[in-house]
Design a protein around this ligand. Structure first.
Ligand SMILES: [Zn+2]
Length: 331
């Protein structure tokens, strides 16, 4: 278990009527937002934080203060969200609910072969030597994964269903992209969206290839952003950072960020074929400091650009080379 610096005890902050935010410190991303929805039988907890001793102290404090948690509902399977789910189930007898997509992802991770798969991916895209730290980070968290995914959820949900968070009914919306299993939850009366890591206010969520069944995550992500336009949202409750109101503006900014990077890819391929690793070095000047994000983002953008006919690729001696399709514009 990771041992983090002790901080002050948990403070529940009411962010909307009967909805409380609890911020759990985690490495790298600094914090994750967990939400408590008050209900007659206790609180519904959305997401749980990374499994650390510091996180455990926060949850133990909270429970010993008399707060009763009725159930845990997860937005997606990433370890900063699912980390304590097993602990809540085993140690606190709190039932845990995840989507059936999330359950599938959990089962894949239990095999412990994620690092092998990631190494192959980075090798093919020529990122392994340059971005070795990315692999090391992955191996370091594999231990966390082995703990986090070794339990059976108490219930599963699918898209377009309704679930109770506290006393109120939320629609389940499948929003793959950041992860293949990502879900948002929407309350029609209050126009509240539990938006998880689908859209956050202060950075563009990483869009991830995480297994051989993820084919075109950026395409899925764009479709999932479009889904948000069917909902009028007063307040978005994200998995990290500040709550926000103007979801459409955030969507535009995130889309234009990807667009800008894809323009750079097309420009970089003007005269020659390149690997995603080479383009990452060119596009992100100090990429070695922020290893994982840039290479992953370049890979998912290349896959997207190939799927819409702007790039072609070929695997030569185990390395995937991209080239621009004649006439493909950077628009
Ligand atoms: Zn997260």
């Amino acid at each position: 278990m990771l041992d983090l610096m002790k901080k002050s005890p948990p403070i529940l902050k009411e962010v909307a009527k009967d909805i409380y935010l609890i911020s759990i410190p985690i490495p790298v991303m600094e914090q994750i937002n967990c939400y408590l929805f008050r209900g007659e039988k206790g609180f519904t907890l959305i997401d749980t934080g990374l499994y650390t001793s510091e996180g455990m102290a926060i949850w133990e404090d909270l429970i010993s203060s008399g707060i009763k948690i009725e159930k845990v509902v997860l937005t997606h399977f990433h370890i900063d969200h699912i980390g304590f789910a097993r602990w809540f189930q085993e140690k606190q007898q709190v039932p845990v609910f995840i989507s059936s997509h999330g359950y599938e992802e959990m089962k894949k991770r239990r095999k412990g072969d994620y690092s092998d798969w990631a190494i192959e991916l980075f090798q093919e895209h020529d990122g392994l030597q340059l971005f070795k730290t990315a692999i090391e980070e992955q191996i370091a968290i594999e231990e966390q994964m082995m703990y986090a995914y070794e339990f059976e959820p108490d219930g599963l949900f699918d898209e377009n269903q309704y679930i109770l968070l506290g006393n109120e009914i939320y629609e389940t919306i499948w929003t793959p992209g950041h992860s293949a299993d990502h879900f948002c939850f929407y309350n029609h009366e209050r126009q509240l969206m539990v938006i998880g890591d689908h859209i956050v206010e202060h950075f563009s969520p990483l869009i991830l290839l995480e297994s051989s069944t993820d084919l075109n995550p950026l395409m899925s992500y764009y479709d999932s952003l479009e889904k948000m336009k069917d909902y009028s949202i007063n307040l978005a409750l994200p998995g990290h950072g500040n709550l926000f109101e103007n979801v459409n503006k955030r969507i535009e900014d995130i889309q234009s960020g990807h667009h800008y990077r894809m323009k750079q890819i097309l420009e970089s391929l003007k005269d020659e074929e390149k690997t995603a690793g080479q383009m990452t070095q060119e596009i992100y000047k100090n990429a070695s400091n922020i290893a994982f994000g840039p290479i992953m983002s370049t890979i998912i953008r290349c896959i997207y650009l190939e799927s819409i006919g702007k790039l072609q690729s070929e695997c030569i001696n185990g390395k995937r080379l991209y080239k621009k399709v004649d006439g493909a514009s950077a628009k």
